[in-house]
Design a protein around this ligand. Structure first.
Ligand code: CP
Ligand code: NVA
Length: 304
């Protein structure tokens, strides 16, 4: 069997996701009780960052240490990747010196090429097209607060970006529905969604997308790598703020999530992100627990 990677959400079956989530619950409990959990002793994670990060770096690096292993940080500026070393060559070399690799980069094809040349599992720490670790942590957070996510409705208010594409893949895996409202011109690219994905509905009006939702979620209006579009996006996204009025259209017990970093007053009102329905800090913390379970699963497989 080939090496198991996590390059996009659809790489995992429901069974695999449920296993990782179950381990994440155990790992989180042990972390809270200061119980050691050193399943990756003497193992090494290499992290490659071609874009900025706070949460992803911190959660992978701290997580690997807490599992008894070591984490090494590389970025484009300091490594030969920034001087044009082919990604295939970098993958060959890096994967001979470590047990697992996490990459944050631009196009998905870069991580696909890297993984095809890697001797060890590769994890997508965000590309232009996908952010599967964040969505796995978000689903874990939903389950912690509300139980099963199957058959629930998630409202996505924002552009068709890496988070949305991962939510759409996760909807097929877990069997929930996504109400999508994107501003005109920032809509879903059908090439990035499976043709048999019937787990989403498009709404022109973002308030209508929130109707009856169990979870409302959004993201920055300008993702990393698209900075030159910022001024145009500010205009086009007018009306796409998640505010109290939109949250009122959702179920009374609806949660609010945002992968962070957030811009209060742009994609989300302070009253929502800092309000009682928001679980953004749990979401951020859960990156740690879920990714520890993910690292363990990819390196060791299922533990009894
Ligand atoms: N949510 C997330 O991935 O955050 P960072 O960009 O800080 O890693
Ligand atoms: N969509 C955002 C997520 C940041 C964590 C970006 O790609 O910049």
């Amino acid at each position: 069997m080939g090496i198991k990677h996590f390059l996009q959400f659809a790489d995992f079956t429901l069974d695999e996701c449920e296993y990782v989530i179950e381990r994440a619950h155990l790992i989180k409990r042990k972390f809270k009780n200061y119980e050691p959990h050193h399943t990756l002793q003497d193992r090494t994670l290499v992290m490659v960052f071609e874009k900025n990060s706070t949460r992803t770096r911190l959660s992978f690096e701290a997580g690997m240490h807490q599992l008894g292993g070591a984490a090494i940080y590389l970025n484009t500026r300091d490594s030969q990747l920034g001087r044009g070393e082919p990604v295939e060559d970098a993958a060959q070399v890096m994967s001979r010196m470590c047990d697992v690799i996490m990459i944050r980069t631009f196009g998905q094809e870069i991580i696909d090429r890297f993984a095809a040349n890697s001797r060890v599992p590769v994890i997508n720490g965000l590309t232009n097209e996908h952010h599967p670790c964040q969505v796995l942590a978000d689903i874990f957070t939903f389950i912690e607060h509300r139980g099963s996510i199957a058959d629930k409705t998630i409202a996505w208010i924002g552009d068709a970006n890496n988070m949305l594409y991962s939510w759409l893949q996760a909807a097929q895996v877990f069997g929930f529905h996504v109400n999508v409202s994107t501003p005109k011109g920032y809509d879903i690219d059908p090439a990035l969604v499976a043709s048999d994905n019937a787990r989403y509905t498009i709404f022109v009006d973002p308030s209508d997308a929130c109707e009856g939702a169990d979870l409302v979620t959004t993201d920055v209006w300008t993702s990393m790598g698209f900075e030159e579009e910022n001024a145009a996006r500010l205009k086009a996204f007018n009306g796409w703020i998640v505010d109290a009025a939109k949250m009122k259209r959702a179920r009374p017990d609806a949660l609010f999530m945002h992968c962070l970093p957030a811009h209060r007053g742009e994609e989300v009102a302070a009253e929502v992100i800092d309000g009682p329905q928001s679980v953004v800090w749990d979401e951020a913390e859960n990156r740690l627990h879920v990714q520890k379970a993910l690292l363990e699963y990819l390196v060791l497989g299922r533990l009894a």
